[in-house]
Write a protein that binds this ligand. Structure first.
Ligand code: G3P
Ligand code: MG
Length: 253
């Protein structure tokens, strides 16, 4: 890493939700789409099914990306694995399953894909989700802890991050905020976070500077135009998370 990004040892551009908007989100098909485009770094979302098994999914309910009705905690993970998370995107993806988190992470690791794992708890399941995800990631990356190859956990839920910290303090964490709260630095410090992840729409150059002066890394989501990506990079933002793998490649500058 260049000295400009001294607090960010990770890749500089991530494929949002696995493969951005070029394939169904949070699926292996998305990861494969990104790989074909040269991406070796992704962000994705994880929550718990009824049986406490972690699955890769964004919404806590079915209907948008997964054919069906009800909520994720109404189903065991094997039931979700049998559901169709691809048809909504296009017929070529029919039958693409809701990934089991362990299998998904193993696949990424085997293919050299770096992971920003967003802990996305179903409301009311914050601590259990944070602890489960952290334990699994720590076990999978036991030999890489402390190196840039290990995953970075992030969450909008500070309770989930606190549980992750308790379960696997050795894993790096990032506080995820849509709009930065006034006490972002105190929250990051309390959780031992190494970075702030935030919506680029609300970010300014001076906030970028404040975050980096605090010794924290800075990731922005979801950056989908090259013009905006260049502006954020000129401010010194460490990492961009994008849907548009076709416009903002892994080595974008
Ligand atoms: O982790 C960054 C970004 O994914 C947060 O928003 O809703 O796409 O999970 P969302
Ligand atoms: Mg996410």
């Amino acid at each position: 890493m260049s000295s400009k990004h001294g607090t960010w040892p990770y890749p500089r551009v991530l494929a949002h939700r696995g493969g951005g908007t070029l394939a169904p989100e949070n699926t292996l098909a998305g990861v494969n789409e990104g790989m074909q485009r040269g991406f070796r770094a992704i962000e994705f979302d994880v929550m718990l099914a009824r049986d406490g098994v972690a699955v890769v999914m964004h919404d806590p309910y079915l209907g948008r990306t997964v054919a069906g009705s009800g909520n994720v905690p109404d189903y065991d993970s094997v039931e979700l694995s049998g559901m169709d998370a691809g048809s909504w995107f296009g017929p070529a993806y029919a039958g693409e399953p809701v990934p089991n988190f362990v299998e998904f992470a193993q696949y990424c690791k085997a293919n050299g894909i770096w992971m920003n794992i967003e802990i996305k708890p179903v409301p009311g399941h914050e601590a259990a989700t944070g602890a489960t995800v952290a334990r699994i990631a720590a076990a999978l990356f036991a030999d890489e802890i402390g190196t840039p190859a290990a995953p970075l956990l992030s969450s909008f839920s500070m309770a989930a991050l606190a549980a992750a910290q308790d379960a696997a303090p050795q894993l790096a964490r990032a506080c995820l905020f849509d709009t930065l709260p006034p006490d972002w630095q105190a929250q990051a410090r309390a959780l031992g976070a190494v970075a702030i992840h935030t919506n680029h729409r609300h970010l300014t150059a001076s906030t970028t500077q404040a975050i980096q002066s605090a010794g924290l890394g800075l990731l922005c989501y979801t950056v989908n135009t090259p013009t905006r990506a260049r502006t954020l990079q000129s401010w010194g933002v460490d990492c961009l998370c994008t849907d548009r793998l076709d416009l903002i490649g892994p080595d974008f500058t």
